[in-house]
Design a protein. Structure first.
Length: 315
């Protein structure tokens, strides 16, 4: 089943085009990352998914319900954790969650509210007024509010921005459990290590366009930035491989124990065998080698610098 269907969405503000024909399909049960620098269009896209703004062109559907023409049903299937700390200062934590339940027509929801508070370590603060909470605790309440109606689709907009390690661990433990139980999770974050650890598939936005869309494993395999570190016991790097030497390394390699150590750029795992063959032909003897994979930060920076669209983009 398709959880979120985004078709050719465009949105402009006073002549500035924030979204330029974005199309995405997110399947039920995915843990999906939406990444991009400031001004890329992430917040506009999240606001469109949430039904807070209307696209100029295109459509968004949550479990088949259009967010404009069938807003109530679309909203029932969606829980959104906003980036901003928005709260009502006149209620306790429990009252806030009961009030949020009422917005969705849920009259007897205390059992689930108690479970949410327990999983987010909010139980000790259940009867504390919202204005007396720390910033981290307020953010936990925002997460709880988004989950009170057990939505099948959860959107997290920078959920751990400026919060401590304890909250991050608590949040990801609970969200991972919900994802294992079948909930779709869409995450925007500037913490790329979180996206790499959590997300199965990633879309990268730049200036309102999807410039990369693929599974995390394929992005890590396909995008250049990996390296092969070889320590030669005897011999030196043949001329045919010197163009692969990392720019920050001396041409003659780093001397180590009588041999030479080289870091070679690798764009794909298939290139490794060719490198080893050339080393054998030159008579060089390998003492040790290690393949170091690019991480998501390397990939993100490369794609943002190049702006070249991924062949899988816009699917």
């Amino acid at each position: 089943m398709t959880a979120i269907q985004i078709d050719s969405v465009e949105k402009s503000y006073k002549g500035f085009k924030a979204l330029k024909g974005v199309s995405l399909t997110i399947e039920q049960g995915e843990f999906f990352g939406l990444l991009g620098p400031n001004g890329a269009g992430k917040t506009t896209l999240i606001s469109t998914i949430a039904g807070l703004i209307r696209p100029d062109v295109g459509s968004v559907r949550i479990h088949g319900h259009d967010v404009v023409t069938d807003q109530r049903r679309a909203r029932m299937n969606l829980g959104v954790v906003p980036q901003e700390l928005v709260f009502d200062p006149f209620f306790t934590v429990r009252e806030t969650l009961r009030l949020q339940s009422g917005y969705f027509g849920l009259k007897s929801n205390d059992k689930w509210i108690d479970e949410i508070m327990e999983n987010l370590d909010l139980t000790p603060k259940a009867d504390v007024n919202m204005r007396a909470l720390s910033g981290g605790m307020k953010r936990r309440v925002l997460v709880a509010q988004a989950l009170v109606h057990k939505p099948p689709v959860i959107v997290l907009d920078e959920p751990t921005a400026g919060v401590d390690v304890e909250l991050r661990q608590t949040l990801w433990k609970f969200i991972s459990r919900l994802n294992r139980e079948g909930h779709t999770v869409v995450l925007t974050t500037h913490y790329l290590e979180e996206a790499q650890a959590m997300c199965q598939r990633v879309a990268m936005l730049k200036t309102g366009n999807v410039v990369a869309l693929d599974t995390m494993s394929q992005l890590l395999r396909r995008v250049s930035g990996s390296s092969l570190v070889v320590h030669l016991k005897h011999g030196t790097l043949p001329e045919g491989l010197r163009h692969l030497v990392a720019h920050d390394q001396h041409d003659e390699g780093a001397s180590n124990g009588g041999g030479n150590k080289y870091t070679l750029r690798v764009n794909d795992y298939s290139e490794v065998e060719g490198i080893l063959a050339k080393l054998r032909e030159s008579g060089a003897q390998i003492d040790e080698m290690q393949l170091q994979q690019a991480d998501l930060e390397d990939i993100f920076l490369q794609i943002m610098d190049s702006g070249a669209a991924n062949p899988g983009a816009q699917r």
